[in-house]
Structure formats: structure tokens, C-alpha cells
Design a protein around this ligand. Structure first.
Ligand SMILES: [Zn+2]
Length: 338
């Protein structure tokens, strides 16, 4: 089978790899229907994360179950499934508390930008759709594998409530999904921070009521102006830089909450500042699996359409072009079809 391999920064190749096999009785093997490139893949592509040796890449997927191990009971061959980027058992105390990405038995797996994927702990990790989806639903379902679940978690962690004001820092796919989540959770005012016309338009289409283009102190000042001088109830931090985290913390009102889901790179916080800010902070790798049943239902019934964040579709064989387009910000998110 063939798949994407990152050889060095800027060097993604579509090449022959060994087809994965069931190696544990709890595994499933799926045939990929669609996969995509994540903003977090760009950290390695840009050389910000070290690339020590050629590595299969990608962690987002939807597919058809081809084969299951002897101990898999709930997931069955032929089902259309979605899973998260960490495998989880869905039964341990941490999973039962809703934090599947910290599952006590979690397993990491990658290499999902490929024709076949081995999914560990299949019964806990995968969720099947009610039926085979129409082609038009595939992008929305694929988004649930990471970006929409992550945007949802940002909104939940920031405690978005009906009637509240939410700020979304970051206009990438996760930030745009954060807008969808804030709207679905009932935020009355959703302020998207974005400097890109196309992304501003999409944010507005998805539910943003205001756009703030300034950053830093000017950005905070504009947020304060829009929120009666106090700041927002909830702030969704969807970037992961020191600058974006400061932006988020300073945009929240005293007693407000920041949900941070951008993988931190160079983020340092002052304990003293946090103490006096009265701002609540929760983040981490989104427990996407916890949200899948609810989010699949919302996509299936058309109440949300996170598939809109994909603005380019390419054959998987052109995965190198997909990385380039996202790196150069020519595309928000690229869907890849094997
Ligand atoms: Zn668990």
C-alpha cells in the first residue's frame, strides 16, 4: 500500500509502505476513505519539531472496517468508522470521566495519510456511523476525527454557555470549528480574531458575529471595546504560540475561562498574573472520542457542517502539494482521497 512519509522538513513523499496487519486481538484494520493534513503536522513539516528519521504521517481518518481482531466485538467489518488520534479503551476511570486522550491504556498511532490504517483498541477508539454516509457527508465526518472535536473541546473547556460571549483566537480549521462549537453551544456573540478575508467570511458564515483583525494589545483593546470593557466570558485559544495564549488570557473577563487546544510552542505563563487575573484555564489534547457520538449525530442530521473547513481536495498521491498549500496558507485544510 502507499502512504505519506515525512523524510525531512519540507520533504513529504507518497511512497510504498508495508500494509498494516492486525497485530493484537483488539486491533481493527480500516481502508481509508478520506484523510487530511492537520495544522499540527506543519510543526514537523516546518522543522519546528525535529524529524529524526523518515516517519509515516497523519492522524485524521474515516474509513471502512476491513478486518477486526479476535477480541473486537462492537466494531464490525463493513462499518464506516471515525476515530480519534489516540487509541483509548473507553472503559478505564479516565475515559469514563470523559478524558479519552489521557486513557490509562492509550496507544498512539500515526501514519493515517495512507491507504490502510491499523487502529489499536478498536472497540474503544472507533465509532461507527448509523449507516454508510452519502459522499457529501464525508468531509464533515472526517473533520470529527480531530479539528471539530478539538474546536468542540475548546468551547467546552472555555465553558461556553447559552447567551454568552466567546472569543476565538486562531482562524485555522480548529478555530473555525471553535466558531461552529460556540454557536452550537448557544453563544450569543462570537468574536473571531482573523486577518484573512477568506477566513473572516467563512467564520461569519459559520456563526461569528464580529471580526477583530488587530493582535496583541490592540487586539485586546478591541475585544474590551466590544465587551463593555470587561472582556469575554469564554476564550477559545486555537493556535498554541506564546503570543496567542497571551491574547487569549488578556481577552477573558475576570471569572471567565480560556480553553486552550493549540499544541503549545514557546508558551510560558506567569503564576502571579494568572492568580490575579481570575481567569480559569483548561486545555490539552482534545478528548475527541468523548464527543464523537454527539458530533456524528449533529453532522448526520445536518445541524453542523464542519466539512466547510476543507477548501481543497486532492488525491492522496498529491499529499506533498497538500502540505505545501497549507504551509503557504493557500488552503485552510486539505482533504485527501486515496
Ligand atoms: Zn481509558
Amino acid at each position: 500500500m502507499r502512504g505519506a512519509v515525512l523524510h525531512a522538513p519540507g520533504d513529504v513523499r507518497f511512497e510504498e509502505r508495508e500494509k498494516p496487519e492486525i497485530s493484537k486481538p483488539t486491533d481493527a484494520l480500516i481502508r481509508t476513505v478520506a484523510t487530511c493534513v492537520c495544522g499540527s503536522d506543519l510543526w514537523s513539516y516546518r522543522g519546528i519539531n525535529t524529524v529524526a528519521e523518515p516517519a509515516p504521517f497523519g492522524h485524521e481518518y474515516v474509513g471502512i472496517v476491513e478486518e477486526v481482531g479476535g477480541e473486537v466485538g462492537r466494531i464490525k467489518p463493513g462499518q464506516f468508522v471515525i476515530g480519534s488520534f489516540f487509541a483509548s479503551d473507553d472503559t478505564c476511570a479516565v475515559c469514563r470521566a470523559g478524558y479519552h486522550t489521557s486513557c490509562q491504556n492509550r496507544e498512539y498511532f500515526g501514519g493515517c495519510q495512507s491507504e490502510y490504517i491499523r487502529i489499536p483498541l478498536a472497540d474503544g477508539t472507533l465509532v461507527a456511523t448509523p449507516d454508510q454516509p452519502d459522499q457529501a457527508l464525508v468531509p464533515g465526518l472526517l473533520a470529527l476525527s480531530d479539528v471539530m472535536g478539538t474546536g468542540w473541546y475548546a468551547a467546552v473547556a472555555a465553558e461556553v454557555e447559552p447567551g454568552s460571549t466567546a472569543v476565538v483566537v486562531g482562524d485555522g480549521a480548529v478555530g473555525l470549528c471553535g466558531v461552529i462549537a460556540a454557536k452550537a453551544l448557544g453563544a450569543e456573540r462570537i468574536i473571531a480574531m482573523s486577518r484573512h478575508a477568506a477566513r473572516q467570511r467563512l467564520a461569519t458564515e459559520l456563526g461569528a458575529t464580529d471580526i477583530v483583525t488587530e493582535r496583541g494589545a490592540d487586539g485586546v483593546e478591541h475585544i474590551k471595546e466590544l465587551t463593555g470593557g470587561v472582556g469575554a466570558d469564554s476564550v477559545l485559544e486555537c493556535v498554541g504560540t506564546g503570543e496567542s495564549m497571551q491574547q487569549a488570557l488578556h481577552s477573558a473577563r475576570p471569572g471567565g475561562n480560556v480553553g486552550f487546544v493549540g499544541v503549545p510552542h514557546g508558551v510560558e505563563l506567569s503564576g502571579t498574573e494568572l492568580f490575579y487575573s481570575h481567569v480559569g484555564l483548561r486545555g490539552g489534547p482534545a478528548p475527541v472520542r468523548a464527543f464523537l457520538p454527539d458530533l456524528i449525530d449533529r453532522v448526520w442530521t445536518g445541524s453542523i457542517d464542519p466539512g466547510k473547513v476543507f477548501d481543497l481536495t486532492l488525491p492522496l498521491a498529491q499529499v506533498a502539494d497538500a502540505y505545501k498549500a497549507m504551509d503557504e496558507r493557500r488552503a485552510i485544510k486539505v482533504l485527501l482521497e486515496p
